[in-house]
Design a protein around this ligand. Sequence first.
Ligand SMILES: [Cu+2]
Length: 656
Amino acid sequence: MKRPQATLSAIVCVFSCIVCATSAVAATHPMDPLTAEEIESAVTRIRAIQDIPDKAFFPLIRLFEMPKAEVLVWRPGQPIARRAEVIVYGLPGLYRGIVDLTTKTVERWEKINGFPQLAGREFGLINRVVKAHSGWQDAIRKRGISDFSKVIVMPFTKGYYGTDDRDRWLIRTTPFLVDETRNLWGRPIEGVLAMVDMDQEKVVEFADTGIIPISSNPVGFTEDDVGSLREGPNIITYHQPEGASFTVEGNVVKWQNWTFHYRFAPQAGLIISNVSYADQGRDRSIAYQMHMSELFVPYTDPGQAWYYKTFFDQGENHLGDMVSSIRVGLDCPNNAMVLDAVTASVQGEPRTVKNAIALYEQYEGSPAWRHHDTILSYFEGRRGQNLVMRFIATIGNYDYIFDYVFTQSGAIKIRAGATGIDSVKGVESATLSQDRTGEDSKYGRFVGENLVAINHDHFLVYRLDLDVDGVGNSLSRDILKKTRFGDETPRTSGWVLDSRIAQREHEARLNMNMKRPALWRIINSNKTNPWGHPVSYQIKPSMNAISLLDADDWPQRRGMFSFYNLHITPYRADERFASGDFPSQSNGSDGLHVWTAEDRPIENTDVVAWYTVGFHHVVRAEDWPVMPTSWHEMTLRPFDFFHRNPALDLPDQKGQ
Ligand SMILES: [Cu+2]
């Protein structure tokens, strides 16, 4: 049987295959992403004031947004103040510049604290440096591997554990054997620990903690690997004979009363801005901006090779830069429009990512609403169709599918699908029956011979800057309060709503609780619907989880937001990422928990909701060698925002 082999060059290709020629476009909206010309211009301005040595690089080049107050009054055709934020690493250290692209001047240039994300650039360096280390070579040979080209050394962010190494950019590594498999993650070579100082380009810590068998189980998942295949079902395809019913002008999308702007950003991935809904011809604002803000994935194994694996996948890797091009017909329906994105390479050059985003209408085969009246003998119902904007990021072993789903009834569903490959650890015991002490399977479950998938969590925090009919908003917590009835009724008990407006940030740090249910709504108390209720959008959770780590555990100190499903803050332009702008090796001194510690007022002001979608992942055999996609979601649901079901005016289209 022919087995494709992964090689170092094939892996490097992951980072280079999406680099293509860029085309000239000018920004027509304040939220438009930086164009290729703007990226080039920004880098030219920075190079004009600062010598950038060859070893330095540009971890991040992104739009520096026009102030919110100016964007809110901006109208198409009016001038746009365009600025770029440019981060440079290696001067030495981290520097940040703000470039005015109109006047072509550097407005700000400053040294800042922190370390860059893993940007692909370090992959080659790590493999070169680690493979040249004599201790590492001896350790690999001891495990019966003499051909080092069959070993790939993967870099991992090391986090922070209270040691005073915050002045050095350090990367930990794990080697993987890729002989006869394309599943890079399936054959970890345990016990060979090398840490690299990225500035000195040398191994500064090395340990061989002992030989653990490398699993010989098949771990591939190509058709050849799987061998016997079932007969596939007949394919369902989607066709819209009359074409899509959305329009995309520049980066502004319009569909079924919705208008929003999209852009693709290197750190946040997809950013949806200026979301409004035309209610009987009048555009009403719902959200100023929505995007992912952090993705915290702590593993729970305390062992020497695993304790540090507590990743901040957005800030330590940059979701947008980890984008994986959409495959139409597999990753999304055939009727999708796929959109390219321009981002910057670490060399500071523009690059176009092909098929970064999919935009499509989806018919789920369900009614938007229906009623069959058996007494009066009539039926009335309408087909429901959604608009989905999607991107996919592959962060090392995991693939995440990020969706914003706009419905005809005024709701926005925000969902994420997790698939890809689980992180596994090589262990001495082949299976559970051999694990007599229970040590090998204490923090995970066997998914193959000598392979244990380690327990972990995923916490996806979204930054949702809602502007419900304007910026003056509050959080209403409507508690379903149990009540005891009097003698006037045969009933003894029920519940009533007890609505409370959160005055300050600490009152708005909330978790779901089945015993004490409550609605969470962002309300505009200055506007009411015709029936007298303040207009609002509900933040409606689905299944959720909070962190079980202790507050004194270093990963938790850096990802404190994961103690709560919801936070509300007053709007601040520079409060964007829940674990701070540069979480690599951060010590928890920046981020949502630091900002909210002030307990700032949040009543009737411009507020931002931070909603965390969390799930604990106990890995099953069925999650190996590649996981079935598992979805997690939340919904922004109109609540007294309209005066009736906004999908009432749908025409009767039964289709074929
Ligand atoms: Cu998982």
